[in-house]
Design a protein around this ligand. Sequence first.
Ligand code: NVA
Length: 303
Amino acid sequence: MSNEKIIVNSWNEWDPLKHVIVGKADGTCIPAPEPALDAKVPEDSDMRGEILEATMSYRCRWFEYLCYRPLLKKYYNSDPNMRHESAPKPRLTDADYRKDYLSDKIGIQKRLEWTEKKYFVTTEEEPLFDAADVLRFGKDLVVQHGFTTNLKGIDWLKRHYKDHRVHAVNFPGDPYPIHIDATFTPIKEGLIINNPQRRLPKEQRKLFENNGWEIVDSAQPAHNEPPPLCYSSTWLSMNVLVLDSKTVCVEKSEIYQAEQLDKLGMEVLPIELRDAYAFGGGLHCCTADVYREGELKDYFPKQ
Ligand code: NVA
């Protein structure tokens, strides 16, 4: 790659992927306890020419942006149109978190009620967002409001991406709404798979349905529980990496997800990654687009 000309450009989740950052687990460690503990990659989000460093909402990830800096420097030097942006680093004081929200004493029923009411572990003290709560659909950005992204974070994105339309979504069936990419996964233009335990509420489906997009229930995971030390649920089954609108990488053991995507007309590439789940998630979590061929499009003209 060293002599190759690098261009930073990626408008959506499915155009032909030509350059991607793949995370590696060197130097990782188990984070110390904190009020909203969880840990995942990636932390950056990119649009044409711009890579934006997310605020992040866990203390253990506050310095994570430094790991990306050598790569971003390289892209900046190579691509004269690249803009390197950084959202304001949050203070992450105790005021950012609801005390004892994650206590074991709180049952699953109560948690589901809280998600329904949009009452999350993070407060509205300051803008917070993780890149993995954001999905890019050309002119539209779909952002999960949950533990890792608050309304102030979504508002910050709206003000920053003035030429885009930013939509807040939430998924009431998820007791721990952390990152959108095991819940709602665009596969290609017009097709999304949605976690059947975390369906997008009727009102929020309109944007997709009115513009001819199909939202189908994803297949069941192949496993009954996540591997040891993994911070995520078994729904990493749907944490796939789309290479182009005909080709998708699926974790090798996720045979039901692979079968469903095959039936939906995709060529499925099985990739063994389950042993790496403990280091931050699945195929989508561990990767960050740098260049996808394709231009900015409006997939939702009917707003
Ligand atoms: N929080 C999600 C994983 C997101 C990659 C889950 O555990 O299902």
